[in-house]
Design a protein around this ligand. Structure first.
Ligand SMILES: Cc1cc2nc3c(=O)[nH]c(=O)nc-3n(C[C@H](O)[C@H](O)[C@H](O)COP(=O)(O)OP(=O)(O)OC[C@H]3O[C@@H](n4cnc5c(N)ncnc54)[C@H](O)[C@@H]3O)c2cc1C
Length: 311
């Protein structure tokens, strides 16, 4: 991937090419640009396919004249998102170059619906870069959420001690790595008296805070699923910040789909049978039209709201 950095800089400097493909101008501006994340990480767009119009086109192939009842592209995309008609969103895809700590990569790779090419530590020597949290993100174990940390950071003095330990170990394991590789930078032994251990073995003591890199290609439907999980407050801060950057890229790429996603997924919630019964009783008590006029919902969404509550 390091080699590809130079290629991408050349692409960034190259004049734009005319194309017949539908483009998203705001994402074109982002192509190949590095968006920094954490202390050494980044996300950048390598390529993309489709726009909001591609979603609409695909839906119209399915539904034909039936889509005319929707008020334009925005209304159709919102209808598709609301009713989980997901396949039109799969017509859009994006390829990202991501640099991320290995412990973040382990969470990320659980999303199986993407294509991945990762830098090979069997083939390449990993760079001396490891993640050190900022002191404000160092906190004690949460007592009510076993998978998380407390909101309040530890004191500055405690943070300095923690960071010194994390840094000491990261430097120590990297020094061992370099010792085992015994490489003078040009492939020859730094110390001819010692072996040059295979890269696939020399790496095994490196820590989870080391950075790795990959190309990650995914369609929009699965990307939104990834974002709904990794933008959630329960997701670990260190992966959430990547999701936030990707969310900004998606909002530039497909603004109508992003708006619908924010309204119906990120800002929405699903209810159990019992919770729905409770809501129905509350709304019935207030009167079925209470608040609906000022809700901003269109006539169709108001009907859907009543139908959902069984009113
Ligand atoms: C806050 C948080 C905490 C987590 N904690 C843990 C943990 O402690 N331990 C742990 O192991 N994981 C944990 N995970 C990972 C989690 O269980 C999922 O593996 C991960 O979020 C990927 O979700 P996914 O399978 O829906 O996504 P994807 O793999 O992208 O799949 C998308 C969808 O495709 C379908 N799909 C994909 N592959 C299959 C398949 N083989 N069979 C059937 N359907 C499939 C499913 O509908 C799935 O929802 C955590 C995730 C989050 C967000």
């Amino acid at each position: 991937l390091s080699q590809s950095h130079d290629d991408l800089s050349a692409l960034l400097a190259a004049p734009p090419q005319p194309t017949r493909r539908a483009c998203a101008p705001a994402l074109e501006e982002q192509l190949y640009r590095v968006n920094p994340v954490l202390d050494h990480g980044f996300v950048r767009v390598i390529d993309y396919m489709g726009t909001d119009e591609a979603i609409v086109q695909a839906a119209r192939v399915s539904y034909g004249a039936g889509t005319k009842q929707h008020t334009g592209d925005r209304g159709l995309i919102r209808y598709l998102m609301r009713h989980r008609h997901t396949s039109p969103f799969e017509m859009c895809a994006i390829k990202l170059h991501v640099k991320l700590p290995i412990f973040v990569a382990r969470q990320w790779i659980r999303h199986r619906t993407a294509s991945v090419n990762e830098v090979s530590a069997r083939y390449s020597i990993l760079e001396h870069e490891f993640y050190l949290p900022s002191p404000t993100h160092l906190a004690e174990q949460s007592s009510d959420n076993k998978q998380g940390r407390k909101e309040e950071a530890i004191s500055a003095a405690q943070a300095a001690e923690v960071l010194a330990l994390l840094e000491r170990d990261a430097r120590h394991t990297y020094a061992t790595y370099e010792h085992l590789l015994n490489d003078d930078g040009s492939g020859d032994p730094a110390d001819p008296a010692r072996p040059q251990l295979a890269r696939e073995l020399a790496r095994i003591n490196l820590s989870l805070g080391m950075y790795t890199e990959w190309y990650w290609k995914i369609d929009l439907h699965n990307l939104l699923h990834f974002l709904s999980l990794r933008l959630h407050a329960h997701a670990q801060y260190e992966i959430r910040v990547y999701a936030e950057v990707i969310g900004q890229l998606v909002s530039a790429w497909v603004p109508l789909a992003w708006e619908a996603f924010e309204d119906y997924r990120l800002g929405g919630a699903s209810f159990s049978k019992q919770e729905l019964a409770l809501l129905r009783a509350l709304v019935e008590r207030a009167g079925p039209e209470a608040g609906l006029g000022a809700s901003g919902l269109g006539a169709r969404e108001r009907k859907e709201f009543r139908d959902k509550l069984g009113l």
